[in-house]
Ligand binder design. Sequence first.
Ligand SMILES: C[S@@+](CC[C@H](N)C(=O)[O-])C[C@H]1O[C@@H](n2cnc3c(N)ncnc32)[C@H](O)[C@@H]1O
Length: 253
Amino acid sequence: MKIKLTQRLLALAAMVPTGSRVADIGTDHALLPCFLIEEKKAALVIGTDLHQGPFERARQTVWEKGLEAYIELRLGDGLTVIRPGEVDTVVIAGMGGTAMRKILAEAPEVVGRLQKLILQPMTNPETLRFWLQEQGWVIDQEDLVYEDKQYYQIIGAVPLSPGNTVHCPFPCGKDVARFQELAPYYGPLLIQNRHPLLAGLLSRDLEGMQMTLEQLAKATQKEARLRYKEYAQRTEKIMELKQWLSVVNPSSI
Ligand SMILES: C[S@@+](CC[C@H](N)C(=O)[O-])C[C@H]1O[C@@H](n2cnc3c(N)ncnc32)[C@H](O)[C@@H]1O
């Protein structure tokens, strides 16, 4: 029976260029590598994991599917187990944004030879978007998935080159320029394309921010008051974005 992926993993797979050589870092169950081979999206996949348990799980799935000839599994930390030029696409999903940034930053020889990065951070997506921008990567695809009561942002990026003219600092369109400061957090393309799930993600964040604001409002220290001001401004901007997303013809406002 063919592998059935969840929405989140399907969205990751959809960003993989057809025929690519892929490394799935932190593969765990190896469902994505198996799917990419079964669907003939990837020519080969290297699945890696830092921990023995997930590595064994991955081995089991690949063996059950009889895909050992196409999927190589390696035990090790981040991109240290990948040689430069061995793959052209790297997927890292299901880890914190800061950990993912560290994995990328520590392997410039491998990252420098890539054609595509596909990232799904569980936290701090902004840290990855800032890193991509600093390192000359262009965010060319973004998606947002709601699964198991959680929102997942997925970022696809390509290296900046004369051919990749889609490069824009966050975000590009003139009617979304006023949301520039939110773009690293909520995605320049998710905003620009008015992703249908974005308003839900904003509402969820606003709820959390409202509680933080109430706490900060009670504090008397100067630092807390400054943070309150910062948070209040951010909340207002998010509310403005949410309002903009709900308008049928945004260029009219
Ligand atoms: C939550 S799972 C995500 C699995 C899969 N990528 C997905 O999105 O469904 C995170 C996996 O990353 C692995 N991991 C964490 N840090 C890692 C690192 N530095 N290098 C490789 N794998 C790592 C963990 O062992 C775990 O199996």
